[in-house]
Design a protein around this ligand. Sequence first.
Ligand code: PEP
Ligand code: MG
Length: 755
Amino acid sequence: MRGALGGPRVLLRRLREVMAEPVSAQDRLDKIVVLIAANMVAEVCSVYVLRVDGTLELYATEGLNRSAVHLTVMRIDEGLVGTVAREAEPISLSNAQAHPAFSYRPETGEEIYHSFLGVPILRAGNTLGVLVVQNRAHRSYTEEEIEALQTTAMVLAEIIASGELTAMALPGAEPAARRPLHLKGLALSEGIGLGHVVLHEPRIEVTKVIADDLPAELKRLDGAVDTLRASIDTMLADEGVARVGEHREILEAYRMFAHDRGWINRMREAVMTGLTAEGAVERVQSDTRARMLRMTDPYLRERMHDLDDLANRLLRQLTGRTAGSDHDRLPDNAIIVARNMSPAALLDYDRTRIRGLVLEEGAATSHLTIVARALGISAVGHMENVVGQVDAGDAVIVDGVSGEVHIRPPADVENAYADKVRFRAKRLERYAALRDVPTVTKDGTPIELHLNAGLLVDLPHIEDTGATGIGLFRTELQFMIASAFPRTNEQLKLYRSVLDAAGERPVVFRTLDIGGDKVLPYMRAIEEENPALGWRAIRLGLDRPGLLRSQIRALLRAATGRELRLIFPMVSAVEEYDRAHHIVERELTHLRRHGHGLPERVLVGVMLEVPALLFQLDLLFSRVDFASVGSNDLVQFLYAADRGNSRVADRFDPLAPAALRALKTIIDKAAEYGKPVTLCGELASRPLEALALAAIGYRRLSVSPASYGPVKAMLLELDLPAATAFVEPFLGIRGEVASLRPQLAAFAEKAGLPL
Ligand code: PEP
Ligand code: MG
């Protein structure tokens, strides 16, 4: 068997020279295939580029008929080249023509070549093309040769991804690398955002992939791996995370991978082919990503993500880049693209510049979604592998209404969206015109329509929408955006501004609801196996009453001379409510004793979001002044489906009879006791769901600002008795449907309701 001439390192050095030459893209490719063929002692070397139409076009060849260049085009489900592209794995054959996938193209004259080695040209796990060498003789390519060709393919990936080939292509047949993409996911937050990609975790650009000094590169790689291992050990030894919980499991997995010989060896072998340490990490990372994208087992995918994350850590180590996003270089119209992020991370950005949010994960009632809605940022989730398919600065359109995302959109799509934005603006104008129209259904039933809020930026919405009041003020948002615990005075100031902005309108302040996915960056993280079921909200408030007391004091003082409505989150037992209520009484006594002014009236209520409360409603309604249904949590606990987990969050429909019966039980019992109940979960923010809620008896809804107009417009057209009569049979024992959604949608359509 023949060995490669001069080895892969010589080849890479020569390729680097060609990359620097001021020649046309075609000349560059032509030179590269000649170099590779000579170096690999192959008679043929060809480059196929994946096109926007999903086919593979021969872009350059040494050895095959030159006249076939740009003429030979293959489908991705055709031939050996198609298989390499599809599977994103190398194929090495000593008798290619005997392979069932072999497809003969007479114009290329390839019938005389028997051996075939094809490797995918990958970037961030995505196939951009295929690089092939062929030999006349029946021969087996060695592992080293396969490895070397994969390394060479990285250089070609750079050329294709740079876009320099696009100019030579016919319209509709451009390389796929920079093609427009139309993705469909889950609409999370209404609105349409046009802008440019900002990667929440920017890809680490490896600028130097070809090594000058191999032993030195191996040493750098080994050093970075050692540092990585040490940093994981330090994190694991850290008392805060060393207990139990998800975090620890991730770190344990990291430690296992960081010691995995297979992974380390693959990177060392890649260095041996002539790459720098970072070039080698990137090569192996790209292969891992390609495998990850083809994996269906969610557990294995998760582990691949861990490995990907570890590779990023190594890259940061090697390139000296620190973690974190490009907050300082945010364009005016930023579309943030991320796998997932915490609500606090979103709030860290300059929100005036954010036009949209695109997530690989994400769920409709997660707190990140709620914050995005509060900020009026259109958002779409469930966008598989979107991070790997965009580059910072790419043009992108986020359609938070339909759940679509257009990446690098063609001009006609952009124009269509410009029209859509104008159309939406008109609709918003129509909603604005409804501002002073009382929210009364067609049959004359008044509905109180309140707003959900939590930040200063929300306050102008009260005036804009003409809302009845603030049905839920999430006080934790102020805590989440702060860099340290807000002092009582700062809290007081915010609460006062809220009351000032609301004027005569009622405001319901909810005491701190932290824990679960609402993490305070400055508070020592308590690692829990199940944070959503853990030490959170009122539980934390009662166990550490200092925090709750100071917040209640700030609220009472902010409401001097006015009415204060106060509500406790995540109450599970009447006794918890009693204890929290007692703290309010004590604080009132304290203020009175110290001669402070007092609120004119204090109303105390409870959030209904833990199913156990449904079986304590008599006790509860006989003591509370009012209640509010937190359907986001109530539905998550009813169905035991994590609201923030994209795999299960939307598995159960809150419009299923089971959920609606639970909600109806609450409102019926409240009516018996004459206690007002609002529904403030995201359920109320969607017109079809709001229709169901009104139909089962809810007369007070609290919605996100962007939903105010659409929900109000629906209610104004609603014949409530007809809706109630329509829904009722489905809630009885014969109501055997999985969900009322299709039936309600048909009802709404027939009635001409704007949805
Ligand atoms: C809810 O659970 O429905 C709710 C309104 O509270 P949050 O979404 O803040 O948990
Ligand atoms: Mg809740």
